[in-house]
Structures are given as C-alpha cells and as structure tokens.
Design a protein around this ligand. Structure first.
Ligand SMILES: [Zn+2]
Length: 158
C-alpha cells in the first residue's frame, strides 16, 4: 500500500483555505508589513492574520519581495517589455526570484529562449521545445508561430 506522507494534505483543522487573490488583498492593505508581521511574529503586528503556509505560498508579493515596487493592482511589470501583466503570465523558475517567479513575462521568456536555442545542437533543441510548448496556451502558440515566421523571414532574407 502506498503511504501518504502528507498528514494534512488539504489543510484540514486549519483555517478555511483562502485564494491567492484574497491573501494578496490582505497583504496590499499593509504594504509595510513583512511575512512575520502577517503571522503576528513581527514588530509591526502581534495578531496572527495569515498562517505560515499562507505566507509561504508561491506567487504572493510581500514588501520584502525584490520586485514589490514593480507590482501594482495584482499585476507585475515585466523587466523586459515593461508591460504590467498578471502573475500567471510569468513563468515559474526554481532558480529565479525569491517567490519563484521570473521577472520577465512568459512571452519575453520565450524570445529569450530563442536566442539561447541558437547555441544548442538539434537534439537539445528538440527536448527543449517539447518542454516549453507543453505549457503554452493556444493564444501563446499563435503568437509564437507569428514571431517564428517573422524571425525566419528576417534571418533568411537579409
Ligand atoms: Zn515581457
């Protein structure tokens, strides 16, 4: 029998699970608070408002986050194209920022990868493409094809 090592997989016995949007709203009401403050362990607040699990959740922007100043109305400014976009349009990256989101949006990230791909051999390329295109939406795929066309046109007609 498979053993379930997670003793509390759905967070039972804790507060009702709040969505990231709800939590982000609470965070935005206290823009100077740290994670600790929200847990009631900090200097600015002694009342527990968020649980540890909630403060550790991915995709939340706290005051201490490196790009807090680039975050407005639940949108983050891409460091490349400078557009404000919702967090889900930024790729996850285990090597990236503290809250595991890249500072460049998915679209810019794909462009960046194209440059990177030029230096790969064909097998590496194949694996790499397969991996990113699995995660694209239809709209992103359409945009990609458009960009690709333009790219080849400019490359082979100059
Ligand atoms: Zn961008």
């Amino acid at each position: 029998m498979k053993k379930n090592f997670n003793r509390n997989p759905e967070g039972h016995n804790q507060w009702k699970l709040r969505s990231n949007e709800e939590i982000q709203k609470i965070i935005d009401n206290h823009p100077t608070w740290t994670k600790k403050d929200f847990r009631g362990e900090g200097k600015k607040n002694k009342v527990k408002i968020l649980t540890r699990k909630e403060t550790e959740r991915e995709g939340l922007i706290f005051k201490t986050s490196v790009y807090r100043k680039k975050f407005k109305n639940n949108k983050l400014q891409c460091s490349v194209c400078k557009k404000l976009k919702p967090l889900n349009e930024f790729p996850n990256d285990i090597h990236g920022w503290k809250n595991k989101k890249r500072s460049n949006c998915s679209e810019c990230d794909i462009d960046r990868n194209f440059v990177y791909l030029d230096k790969m051999n064909s097998l590496e390329k194949k694996i790499f493409y397969k991996k990113i295109y699995e995660n694209l939406t239809e709209q992103q795929l359409a945009n990609k094809r458009k960009r690709q066309k333009k790219y080849y046109y400019e490359t082979f007609n100059s």
